[in-house]
Every structure is written in structure tokens, then in C-alpha cells.
Design a protein around this ligand. Structure first.
Ligand SMILES: [Zn+2]
Length: 161
């Protein structure tokens, strides 16, 4: 959203707009903690992957070949991220999903940390690094959300129940 402010009326409109956006419930309540707070609640591997954009070894994660029915929540904040219905075996060595549980579950950001332009998946609530999204997934969306097991926690509770 690009907003150019050139007079007071626009500023007032902008404030009104932001206020209504916050109260409409569309904005997700963010979970913000300091690095030392995250370190105190996460294992070193969880911290490395989710807070330092790390990647677990392929085929090493506990959810790579795991197909129980349920949901996957963020290991950092408990936000619902993915459902078992959208999980598939991509053969990549990481848990793969063709869509997030809800459109607003995750944010997609450009990732330049690996010296290439890819699309990083982060938790929409706490900005935890989850993995990357690729455009070689199954139809119709053709997307593959490639996620580190370490960033996830499986729960049998399903959003539809
Ligand atoms: Zn989170």
C-alpha cells in the first residue's frame, strides 16, 4: 500500500483507516520477544531454524514422513500453520504442503540470504522462519510449501472441530 500524504486531511484519513483496520480484527496480533527470550524457550535447533533462518538436514525431520490427521502449529507461538489435508510427499526430505491452513497463517517474503531470490515462509504471528515456497507443487495452485519439521508441532486438534 503506497500512501502519499500531502495535506492534513489525508493524515486524518490515514489515522482513521489504520484505527479501523486494527479494530476490524483483520490484523493478526503479533507475538514479539527478544532474542534472549526466544533462546530461553526454544531448543538450540529450534532457535537456529526459526530465528536464524536455518535449515534442518534433509530427511532428518520428524514430520518428513508423517501423515497423521491433524494440524501443525508454530513451535514458537502456537499459531495454526498447516493441516494434514494439504500435506504431500514431495520427496524433498522436508514436510511439504500445497497450501497453509489459512491464508493469513503465514507471510511470504523475498529471501536473499542464500544468495538467490527465493520466497521465504514465516509465521504471520511471530515471524518465525518456517521454510521456503516453490512453484513446483501439485495442481491446481502448483505451490510447494517446504517447511522444517523443527519449526512445527503436530496436534491432533483440527481447526474444523
Ligand atoms: Zn509463530
Amino acid at each position: 500500500m503506497k500512501i502519499i500524504i500531502n495535506n492534513c486531511v489525508n493524515i486524518i484519513l490515514l489515522i482513521a483507516m489504520l484505527a479501523s483496520f486494527q479494530s476490524s480484527g483483520q490484523g493478526i496480533e503479533k507475538v514479539v520477544k527478544s532474542d534472549s527470550e526466544w533462546k530461553s524457550i526454544l531448543t538450540p535447533e529450534q532457535y537456529y531454524v526459526t530465528r536464524e533462518n536455518g535449515t534442518e538436514l534433509a530427511f532428518s525431520g520428524e514430520y518428513d514422513h508423517f501423515y497423521k490427521e491433524g494440524s501443525y502449529i508454530c513451535i514458537n507461538c502456537g499459531n495454526l500453520l498447516f493441516d494434514s489435508e494439504s500435506k504431500f510427499d514431495s520427496g524433498s526430505g522436508w514436510p511439504s504442503y500445497f497450501e497453509p491452513a489459512k491464508e493469513q497463517s503465514v507471510d511470504i517474503i523475498e529471501d536473499r540470504l542464500f544468495g538467490m531470490v527465493g520466497k521465504e515462509i514465516v509465521c504471520a504471528k511471530c515471524n518465525a522462519h518456517l521454510g521456503h515456497v516453490f512453484e513446483d507443487g501439485p495442481k491446481p495452485a502448483g505451490l510447494r510449501y517446504c517447511v522444517n519439521s523443527v519449526a512445527l508441532s503436530f496436534t491432533r486438534l483440527n481447526k474444523k472441530k
